[in-house]
Design a protein around this ligand. Structure first.
Ligand SMILES: Nc1ncnc2c1ncn2[C@@H]1O[C@H](COP(=O)(O)OP(=O)(O)OP(=O)(O)O)[C@@H](O)[C@H]1O
Ligand SMILES: [Mg+2]
Length: 381
C-alpha cells in the first residue's frame, strides 16, 4: 500500500512522532495531497509555524476551522479537486467545550470554568494537550462535511504521553488522594481536618499556611465538581481509544534520521503495537540526499574551475573545499541511510517506509508542502 492509498482508504490519519521531526509539515502535506486528489479534508493542526499558517491564508491564528482559498492553490500551479480546511487546536477552548458538554448542569459547568485549579489544569498540566487533541478529533470525526481528517499531534518529549493522556488525566482526578480530599471537603462544605488523619491534617494545616485555606477549598470544590464530569470523560476517552483501534484510523509515525528520533520511532512503534493500534507508515523526514561524486577527472575540473572563476582566484583551494563539503554530505547521507535501515530492520513487518529529503529551505507555503507531498506519495523505498 502507498501513502496515497492510506489517504484514500481511511477517515482519519494520525501523525505521531517526537518533537521537531516534521509532524506538522507531514500532516499538512498529506492533507494537501488528499485535497488535491479530490477528498474534502480537514487538517487539525497544533501550533503551526506562523509563516506556514500565514501562507495557508490563515492570517489570524484562531481555532476556527478555515478553508484554504482555492485561488491559493491556483497561484502555486496546483490543481485542487477536493477541499482543504485547517483548524488549529486550542487546548483551553476544547477543554472548556468538553466541560460544558459533559457537566450535569450549566451552573456546575460555570463553577468549574471559574475555578483557579481548572484554569491551571486546562492549560498547563502535562498531557492535557494530547488529550484535547483526541477530544477534538472525537468532536469532528462524524462531521459529514469532511471525508478525511488529518490529525497532527503535540510535540511529546516522551512518546508515551499521547497514548496515555486520557488515562493519566482520568487517574489524576480519580486518585485516592483526590477522593480523600473530596471526602474531607464534602462533610462540611469546607475542609474538615478532623475527618482526615492526624498527620494528614497536620500536613494540610502546614500547607494552608503557605497557600491559605482558600486554595485548598478551591481544590476540593473543583474535585467535587470535576467528579461530576468524570463518567462522561472516561466514556469519551474509552470511545476515542476504541475508535483509534478501528479500521477508520491510520497511524503514520514521523521521524528524522537522527539516532535519538529513530529510537523514539521504534519505541512508538512498540507502544502502538502493544496498545493494539496499527502502524501504517513510517515517514523518515529530512533525509540527507546522497550526492554523486564528480565523474570528470581532477584535471578537467581544475580547467573548468579556472575558466569560470574570476582572474586571481585559487581554483585548487576552492575545489578542495568543495570536495570536503561533498564528502561531508555523503557521510551524512550514508549515516541517514544506515539509520533508516536500522528502523526498517527493527520494525519490519507490513508498514510502509517513505523517505523525504531535507529540502533546501524550510517548508512554509503550499509550494513547499506540495514538494513534500510529492515525496510522500511517490517515494516508498
Ligand atoms: N523535508 C523538510 N525539508 C526542509 N525543512 C523541513 C522539512 N520538514 C520539516 N521542515 C522544517 O522543519 C521545521 C520543523 O518541522 P515541523 O514544525 O513540521 O515539526 P514538528 O514535528 O511538527 O515540530 P513540533 O514537535 O515542534 O510540533 C519547520 O521549520 C519545517 O519547515
Ligand atoms: Mg508541530
Amino acid at each position: 500500500m502507498s501513502l496515497r492509498e492510506v489517504l484514500a482508504s481511511h477517515r482519519v490519519v494520525v501523525c505521531v512522532g517526537s518533537g521537531g521531526v516534521g509532524k506538522t509539515t507531514t500532516s499538512a502535506s498529506l492533507a494537501l495531497e488528499a485535497a488535491m486528489s479530490g477528498r474534502r479534508v480537514l487538517c487539525l493542526t497544533i501550533d503551526p509555524a506562523k509563516r506556514l499558517a500565514n501562507s495557508l491564508g490563515l492570517q489570524t491564528m484562531t481555532s476556527e476551522e478555515q478553508r484554504v482559498p482555492a485561488a491559493l492553490f491556483e497561484s502555486h500551479g496546483l490543481q485542487l479537486q477536493g477541499s482543504l480546511s485547517v483548524m488549529m487546536l486550542d487546548t483551553k477552548r476544547t477543554f472548556d467545550d468538553l466541560v460544558r458538554r459533559t457537566a450535569t448542569s450549566p451552573a456546575r459547568a460555570a463553577r468549574i470554568l471559574d475555578n483557579k485549579l481548572y484554569q491551571y489544569i486546562s492549560t498547563s498540566l502535562a498531557g492535557t494537550q494530547e488529550y484535547m487533541a483526541m477530544e477534538k478529533l472525537h468532536a469532528v470525526k462524524n462531521d459529514s462535511r469532511h471525508d478525511l481528517i488529518v490529525l497532527d499531534t503535540p510535540p511529546t518529549s516522551n512518546a508515551l504521553d499521547f497514548l496515555d493522556a486520557p488515562e493519566r488525566l482520568a487517574g489524576l482526578v480519580d486518585s485516592p488522594a483526590m477522593r480523600w480530599l473530596v471526602q474531607a471537603f464534602e462533610g462540611a462544605g469546607k475542609l474538615r481536618f478532623d475527618l482526615v488523619g492526624k498527620s494528614a491534617a497536620f500536613l494540610m494545616r502546614g500547607l494552608s499556611k503557605f497557600t491559605g485555606t482558600g486554595f485548598l477549598e478551591q481544590v476540593a470544590a473543583f474535585i467535587t465538581d470535576f467528579n461530576d464530569l468524570f463518567g462522561g470523560f472516561r466514556a469519551r476517552a474509552e470511545e476515542v481509544s476504541r475508535y483509534f483501534r478501528g479500521p477508520d484510523v491510520a497511524f503514520v509515525i514521523v521521524t528524522s534520521p537522527a539516532p535519538m528520533a529513530i529510537e523514539e520511532a521504534i519505541f512508538f512503534h512498540d507502544r502502538l503495537a502493544q496498545a493494539g493500534m496499527r502502524r501504517d507508515a513510517f515517514v523518515i523526514n529530512q533525509v540527507t540526499p546522497m550526492l554523486d561524486l564528480p565523474t570528470a577527472s581532477a584535471e578537467a575540473l581544475q580547467t573548468e574551475a579556472s575558466r569560470s572563476l574570476p582572474a586571481g582566484s585559487d581554483a585548487t583551494h576552492l575545489l578542495a573545499q568543495m570536495r570536503r563539503a561533498l564528502d561531508d554530505v555523503r557521510v551524512r547521507a550514508e549515516h541517514d541511510r544506515a539509520q533508516a535501515a536500522r528502523l526498517r530492520h527493527r520494525c519490519g513487518g507490513d508498514a510502509l517506509y517513505v523517505e523525504v529529503p531535507a529540502l533546501d529551505q524550510d517548508v512554509h507555503d503550499l509550494g513547499g508542502l506540495a514538494r513534500v507531498a510529492h515525496h510522500l506519495v511517490h517515494g516508498p523505498v
